[in-house]
Design a binder for this molecule. Structure first.
Ligand SMILES: Cc1cc2nc3c(=O)[nH]c(=O)nc-3n(C[C@H](O)[C@H](O)[C@H](O)COP(=O)(O)OP(=O)(O)OC[C@H]3O[C@@H](n4cnc5c(N)ncnc54)[C@H](O)[C@@H]3O)c2cc1C
Ligand SMILES: NC(=O)c1ccc[n+]([C@@H]2O[C@H](COP(=O)([O-])OP(=O)(O)OC[C@H]3O[C@@H](n4cnc5c(N)ncnc54)[C@H](O)[C@@H]3O)[C@@H](O)[C@H]2O)c1
Length: 479
């Protein structure tokens, strides 16, 4: 189908979770919408990131929980059934087929064009289809770039020859490597080290900084470090890889040279060293942008560098918050803003209005699915202090609550809330411990709702749940 031009109100490039959301919002607002996808509808999150990684982590966390409950601990003492874990992961990743997601697109009346989309001047998108054809798309109101990210690799000598694992390999591998090196200390590194150590690999983490999870409260990284070491992983700080090779050909073992001159051997090496945006080959230059750059936006998700406001960027590619739920939030906001502008309706763009992604600035929740779990929202103490506000950190050992006492023997967990002393509200909350992931929505409501501490005092947690940590934090604050 060469040189056909189809005109829609909205063209979305990238059908990951975020592109799907923005397209659904503009369509349900009455705008004709087409979405372009070069791989699988559902994106990185569904097939190589959130979903398969959480399927791999779930048995590790369930076993750890069971091992802390007398009466069950003995039954959970043995190794995981790696074959069953990997098979369940395959099911959760829908065996890397997107039929279910395509059916959903059809159910909400969205048109799909499969192929590689590129901007081709203002409001124009050209798609190279899998058969080598071209489809030309034109947008009356908006083009939305939701093309996500891929793994960023450092330019090390030999890195191309060793075919290192990136996050896609770590979430989709069919085999358990005997020895796995993990480079990096962020979220992907700690989650994947947790999985593969539990499935039987001997994991060595090579972290160039002084701790794990450096963007979170320091105690989070410290507790995850202790747990990974207890599980048998070798966690090393202040080390960098300087060169790589595979001995004895492509199937041989990996040799990593470290900055102290020593060499480590392994079967695979995972680089979990951050992300770069999928903007290298999307026609950025045709609209005056630099290929490979992130796409910064205003709070309505319009790309700030583009005049006339026809280009939007949502999800990972705008670098606001590289998380599925936050990208989907941006999709809902951008969709509403595009519809309002198309209909000539007034924009509700004061902070926390319907057409601005205000939460991106100080109310982003995240759960790291390690054992112990880490759940946080808003600012850390360091970030809050840097903002110049008068703040106080309030800490509490979660194990002292009745809920935690019942939940597990010798429950180890810690909570911190950051209080804005002038405004009497919370700026951030962090929980670390078994089962805390499900607590974070309560903290997100408190932070995004700017709920006064005096009113939180009346939000009574049920007894005996771990949520009673809220009461203990408030009591500690009030003294
Ligand atoms: C291992 C791992 C685990 C993660 N776990 C979590 C988690 O538990 N929770 C969480 O919130 N976040 C998690 N994340 C982050 C999450 O995956 C991303 O924030 C999310 O996928 C971003 O969604 P997106 O739609 O912006 O991009 P993506 O999911 O990357 O989707 C972008 C889509 O655009 C398509 N595309 C790209 N270029 C083009 C083009 N030129 N033409 C057409 N189509 C194109 C791609 O094929 C892809 O389908 C994880 C990330 C990793 C790496
Ligand atoms: N559960 C979740 O919510 C979840 C899970 C996985 C990923 N994610 C998201 O995906 C994104 C990507 O995660 P990530 O862990 O790849 O990135 P990250 O930015 O969280 O961590 C990357 C780490 O690699 C280190 N690093 C960078 N370059 C390096 C180099 N050359 N050598 C050694 N170390 C280097 C950095 O210091 C950092 O600690 C994050 O924004 C994360 O929030 C979320």
């Amino acid at each position: 189908m060469d040189d056909e031009t189809r005109t829609y109100d909205v063209v979305v490039i990238g059908a990951g979770p975020v592109g799907e959301n923005v397209a659904e919002r503009t369509r349900s607002g009455g705008l004709s919408t087409v979405i372009v996808e070069s791989e699988l509808v559902g994106g990185e999150c569904s097939f190589w990131a959130c979903m398969p990684s959480k399927a791999l982590l779930r048995p590790v966390i369930a076993r750890a929980d069971a091992r802390r409950v007398p009466g069950l601990a003995g039954l959970a003492a043995g190794p995981l059934d790696a074959h069953a874990v990997l098979s369940r992961r395959d099911t959760v990743a829908a065996n890397w087929k997107d039929d279910g997601q395509v059916a959903w697109l059809n159910s909400v009346n969205l048109d799909l064009v499969r192929g590689h989309g590129r901007l081709d001047g203002p409001r124009q998108v050209t798609v190279t289809t899998p058969d080598g054809g071209t489809v030309r798309l034109a947008a009356r109101h908006a083009v939305v770039v939701s093309t996500g990210t891929t793994a960023a690799l450092p330019p090390l000598p030999g890195i191309d020859d060793v075919r290192p694992w990136i996050s896609r390999d770590a979430t989709s591998s069919k085999d358990v490597p005997g020895r796995l090196l993990v480079v990096g200390g962020g979220v992907v590194a700690v989650e994947m080290a947790t999985v593969w150590q539990a499935l039987g690999s001997q994991v060595t983490m090579l972290v160039r900084g002084s701790g794990l999870l450096p963007k979170m409260e320091p105690f989070a990284g410290e507790m995850v470090t202790d747990a990974l070491r207890e599980a048998g992983a070798d966690v090393r700080f202040g080390v960098s890889v300087t060169a790589l090779s595979r001995e004895g050909g492509p199937e041989g073992e990996v040799r990593a040279v470290l900055d102290d001159g020593s060499t480590l051997a392994a079967d695979e090496i995972l680089f979990a060293t951050g992300r770069r945006p999928h903007t290298g080959d999307i026609g950025m230059e045709t609209v005056g942008l630099k290929p490979g750059d992130w796409l910064p936006t205003d709070d309505t998700l319009r790309v700030t560098a583009i005049e006339d406001g026809w280009l939007y960027a949502t999800g990972d590619v705008n670098h606001r918050a590289l998380l599925t739920h936050q990208g989907k939030y941006q999709g809902r906001i951008a969709g509403a803003a595009i519809v309002a502008r198309a209909k000539g309706e007034p924009l509700d763009d004061a902070p926390w209005g319907a057409h601005v992604a205000t939460a991106d600035h100080g109310a982003v929740p995240q759960v790291v699915f390690t054992d112990p779990e880490v759940a946080s929202v808003g600012l850390t103490l360091e970030e809050a202090e840097r903002s110049g506000r008068s703040v106080r950190a309030v800490d509490y050992e979660i194990g002292n609550t009745a809920g935690a006492y019942v939940y597990a023997e010798d429950y180890q967990g810690k909570a911190r809330m950051i209080v804005d002393l002038d405004a009497g509200i919370l700026l951030g909350v962090t929980f670390v411990g078994p089962g805390v992931g499900e607590l974070i929505y309560s903290a997100t409501v408190a932070v995004s709702g700017q709920v006064p501490l005096a009113r939180l005092w009346h939000a009574v947690p049920a007894y005996p749940t771990i949520s009673e940590v809220w009461l203990r934090l408030l009591e500690t604050f009030r003294g």
